[in-house]
Design a protein around this ligand. Structure first.
Ligand code: NAD
Length: 302
């Protein structure tokens, strides 16, 4: 339940991600010691999308900080699909590369699904390949997309057993909403997936013990939609228009934070909630890929 004075507990994704990254750093050093090489992540960026440049830079830095090798491939926006496919094929066969990530969105004219399909599923640390989506849906081991897996780690840390809890996932994208719903079902929650055609969304959200908002609409989920004591995970990252005189607008989530905090039991802030988990889980997936690639068992508890 929310504390009457201060409101919901804050789920500190930044602190959780720092702890996870530290454990990954130790495991990566052990791997390097045993395998004689560092775990390696190749990140491919096509074009000059400013947000993608920031993400790719952050991923490279996080890799190096965790003792992993980062191989960055920055290609011009007019790169042909054949050239991109041939790079992916080269990385599939490169023994120093354990994970391959092609930064989305790709420039118009490049078929994202064709590129994802070309990545070796065992190096698909983003978990976007249909083989990994299929593995998740039938309960086989595979790579799970980083953002929903990070949300799941925060939920389990906060709530422990999720059996029988009512969860609502708002958003049905292949990279967040659908895999999130699958993970919640696998954890024995009762799951509703809401989306742009859902009727009576506030009413549906009011029934939920767990709310995952992954829509991309600033502060859409209001405080009076939240069941008292619910756990709220806000995946949205939205930049508001700049206030007078400012160069940049404020970052907000898909949940009206102050309103929801007054009612919820626990809530992730934006920034500092789900965002930092995504990169930490990418490192985790790369570490697991490296162990499988080297014929070693992946460390437990990451
Ligand atoms: P998306 O645009 O692919 O999907 C949005 C989903 O929201 C769709 O399934 C749509 O049906 C649903 N939707 C749209 N309008 C709705 C409405 N009025 N009511 C209910 N549902 C509605 O987006 P995505 O890639 O899943 O990302 C969602 C949000 O999460 C974005 O803000 C994105 O920036 C953010 N995101 C954050 C991270 C992170 O690391 N924190 C990672 C990925 C995405």
């Amino acid at each position: 339940m929310a504390d009457v004075e201060t409101g919901a507990a804050i789920i500190d994704g930044k602190a959780f991600a720092e702890g996870l990254r530290a454990r990954i750093g130790v495991a990566a050093a052990n791997f390097a010691h045993q395998a004689g090489r560092r775990p390696g992540l190749a990140v491919v960026l096509v074009g000059e999308d400013p947000a993608s440049q920031v993400y790719v830079g952050a991923k490279g830095k996080a890799c190096e900080a965790a003792g992993m090798a980062s191989f960055e491939h920055r290609l011009p926006a007019d790169t042909s699909e054949a050239a991109l496919l041939s790079l992916v094929e080269r990385l599939n066969h490169d023994d120093a590369v354990d994970g391959i990530l092609v930064q989305m969105p790709l420039p118009a004219g490049l078929d994202e699904q064709a590129i994802i399909a070309a990545i070796n599923p065992d190096k698909d640390v983003d978990g976007f390949h249909v083989i990994n989506a299929g593995r998740l849906s039938v309960g086989q081991e595979g790579f799970v997309p980083c953002t929903p897996l990070g949300c799941m780690m925060l939920l389990k840390d906060r709530l422990g057993d999720l059996s029988g809890l009512d969860a609502v996932v708002i958003g049905r994208s292949n990279i967040v909403g659908k895999p999130m719903a699958q993970l919640l079902v696998d954890a024995n929650a009762t799951v509703t997936i809401a989306h742009s055609r859902t009727r009576n969304l506030p009413e549906i959200v009011r029934r939920a013990d767990i709310v995952i908002a992954a829509v991309g609409r600033p502060e859409m989920v209001r405080g009076d939609w939240i069941k008292p004591g619910a756990t709220v995970i806000d995946v949205g990252i939205n930049r508001l228009p700049p206030a007078d005189g400012a160069t940049k607008g404020r970052l907000v989530g898909d949940v009206a934070f102050a309103e929801a905090r007054a009612v919820a039991g626990a809530i992730t802030p934006v920034p500092g909630g789900v965002g930092p988990m995504t990169i930490a889980v990418l490192l985790r997936n790369t570490l697991v890929a490296a162990h499988h690639h080297a014929g070693m068992d992946a460390p437990e508890g990451l």
